[in-house]
Design a protein around this ligand. Structure first.
Ligand SMILES: Cc1cc2nc3c(=O)[nH]c(=O)nc-3n(C[C@H](O)[C@H](O)[C@H](O)COP(=O)(O)OP(=O)(O)OC[C@H]3O[C@@H](n4cnc5c(N)ncnc54)[C@H](O)[C@@H]3O)c2cc1C
Length: 405
C-alpha cells in the first residue's frame, strides 16, 4: 500500500472495502496492461463495514428470487469459499439454523424456505424440534431451516488478500486519500482528493457509507440517501460459549432488510450476539454516542428518513432498549436459546455501522443498487450480503464499467 496517488490511471476505484477491492481485482484481471488504482480515505483497507461485520458467509436464503441479492449471494458464496481456499484464508462451512420460536413465525419460515429453494441454496432442509436439538442442543423452537452451506470468515482478511493480489498484478492501493469531488472530462473523470488529483479513464465508486455523497458530487440524483444504522454486539463469556455450536438466527421481520439479532460462532471461535439496528448520528458511529453534525443533519433532512421513522417507531423504541439494556438485548436472544442469562454475556467491543439506502418515499432499499454518471459507475446500495457476494457483485460492476466504453 502506498501514500502517493498517481496523476493518471486507466481505472480508478474509490473505496477499499471488499466490494471496491474485488472490483479493482476483477478489472485488473480483465485488463492486465491497464493501470488500476484504488483510492481509500482511511489509513488501511476494510476500515468500515467490511471490517465490522458478523463475518457470515450467507447462503442466499432470504432474498426475493430474481433479485440481484439472490443471484449474487448464492454464486458469490460459492466463489468466496474457493477464493479463501486458494489464498489460505480460514473459512468454515459451519452451517446455520433459522428458528421459528412462535406459531406466527411459521408462515414466515415457509416463505424463507420457498425463497431458499427458488434461489438454489445448497442443502437447505426444513427440520423439527428434535433435529434442531441435534444440531444446536441449546436452541429451542417449533421448527427451523437448516442451511449447511452457511459459514464464517474474517472479511478483513479477505480484503487484505485482495489488496495484496491486486498489487502483485501491478495495481495500487493508495490509503489516506479521501476523494472530495468528481469532475467529468472529455477523456474520463478528474478525481479531486486529499493528495491531489487523479485523471482516470474509467471510475467505480464503492464508497459504502458515503456512496450517495460521491454520487451527488458526480451529478447523480440524491435518491436514495444513505442512512447509518449502528449494529452492536455482545459476546458469550468463554465458559458459556458451548451454548452455541455455529449460527442461530431468528425469523426476521419481513418489512425490514435486517436479519435480526443472531448468535454467531466466528471463525476465531468466540460467540457474538447481535447486531442491534439503531438509527445512528454518524456514518462511522462505532461509539454509541458519536455524532457527526453533517451526517445527522443530512439523515434528518431527508424526507425518506422521517417517513421511515413514522412507520417503524415501535421497532426504533425496541432497538433503543436493546442498545441501553443488556437484559433487553439478552431477552431477545433467549427467545430461541432459552438458557442464556444476562450473566452469560460480556461487552465485545465489536460494533459496525450499516450503510442502508433509504428512498425518498421512506422505503428501505432492499436490493443492491448500481447506477451510472458520465464516466463513472456507482455502487449505491451494498448492504448485507454484499460482503459474501463481493466477487460476483464485482463482476457486475466491471461489466458496467466496460460497458461505458
Ligand atoms: C454490523 C454489520 C454486520 C454485517 N454482517 C454481514 C455478514 O455477516 N455477511 C455479509 O455478507 N455482509 C455483512 N454485512 C454487510 C457487509 O459488511 C457490507 O455489505 C460490505 O462490507 C460492503 O462493502 P463495501 O466495500 O461496499 O463497503 P465498506 O466496507 O464500507 O467500504 C467502503 C470504503 O470506502 C471508503 N470511502 C468512502 N468514502 C470515501 C472517499 N470519499 N474517499 C476515499 N475512500 C472512501 C471507506 O473508507 C471504506 O473503506 C454487515 C454489515 C454490518 C455493518
Amino acid at each position: 500500500m502506498n501514500q502517493l496517488a498517481p496523476a493518471e490511471a486507466d481505472v480508478c476505484v474509490v473505496g477499499a472495502g471488499v466490494v471496491g477491492l474485488a472490483t479493482a481485482r476483477e478489472m485488473q484481471a480483465r485488463h492486465p496492461d491497464a493501470t488500476v488504482v484504488v483510492l481509500e480515505g482511511e489509513p488501511a483497507v476494510a476500515g468500515h463495514q467490511s471490517g465490522h461485520s458478523s463475518g457470515v458467509i450467507h447462503a442466499g436464503i432470504y432474498y426475493e428470487p430474481g433479485s440481484l441479492k439472490a443471484r449474487l449471494c448464492v454464486e458469490g458464496a460459492r466463489r468466496l469459499y474457493s477464493y479463501c481456499e486458494e489464498h489460505g484464508i480460514p473459512a468454515k462451512r459451519s452451517g446455520k439454523v433459522i428458528v421459528a420460536a412462535s406459531e406466527d413465525e411459521l408462515p414466515r419460515l415457509d416463505e424463507l424456505e420457498r425463497r431458499g429453494r427458488a434461489n438454489g441454496v445448497p442443502g437447505l432442509e426444513r427440520i423439527g424440534p428434535e433435529e434442531l436439538g441435534e444440531i444446536e442442543p441449546h436452541a429451542a423452537g417449533l421448527a427451523a431451516l437448516h442451511s449447511p452451506a452457511t459459514g464464517v470468515v474474517d472479511f478483513a482478511a479477505v480484503a487484505a488478500a485482495m489488496a495484496a493480489e491486486l498489487e502483485t498484478a501491478g495495481g495500487r492501493v493508495v490509503t489516506g486519500c479521501t476523494v472530495r469531488d468528481l469532475v467529468a472530462r472529455p477523456s474520463g473523470v478528474e478525481i479531486v482528493h486529499s493528495l491531489g488529483r487523479t485523471r482516470a479513464r474509467r471510475v467505480a465508486i464503492c464508497a459504502g457509507p458515503w456512496a450517495d455523497r460521491l454520487a451527488v458530487a458526480a451529478g447523480a440524483d440524491p435518491d436514495p440517501r444513505i442512512v447509518p444504522f449502528r449494529g452492536a454486539y455482545l459476546r458469550l463469556r468463554p465458559e458459556r460459549s458451548g451454548l452455541v455450536r455455529s449460527n442461530i438466527y431468528p425469523v426476521p421481520d419481513p418489512d425490514l432488510p435486517f436479519l435480526g439479532m443472531h448468535l454467531t460462532r466466528t471463525v476465531t471461535g468466540e460467540v457474538l450476539l447481535g447486531p442491534t439496528a439503531l438509527f445512528a448520528g454518524a456514518r462511522d458511529a462505532y461509539r454509541l454516542r458519536r455524532v457527526v453534525p453533517r451526517d445527522l443533519a443530512e439523515s434528518l433532512a431527508w424526507p425518506g428518513t422521517r417517513r421511515m421513522m413514522r412507520r417503524f417507531w415501535r421497532t426504533g423504541m425496541t432497538e433503543i432498549a436493546h442498545a441501553v439494556s443488556t437484559r433487553s438485548f439478552v431477552a431477545e436472544c433467549r427467545r430461541y436459546v432459552p438458557e442464556i442469562q444476562p450473566a452469560d454475556v460480556e461487552r465485545s467491543g465489536h460494533a459496525g455501522v450499516r450503510a442502508q439506502a433509504i428512498a425518498r418515499d421512506g422505503s428501505l432499499v432492499d436490493d443492491f443498487v448500481i447506477s451510472e454518471t458520465e464516466g463513472a459507475v456507482h455502487v449505491r446500495n451494498a448492504p448485507s450480503p454484499a460482503a459474501t457476494s463481493c466477487l460476483s457483485l464485482a463482476e457486475l460492476v466491471a461489466d458496467r464499467i466496460d460497458g461505458q466504453g
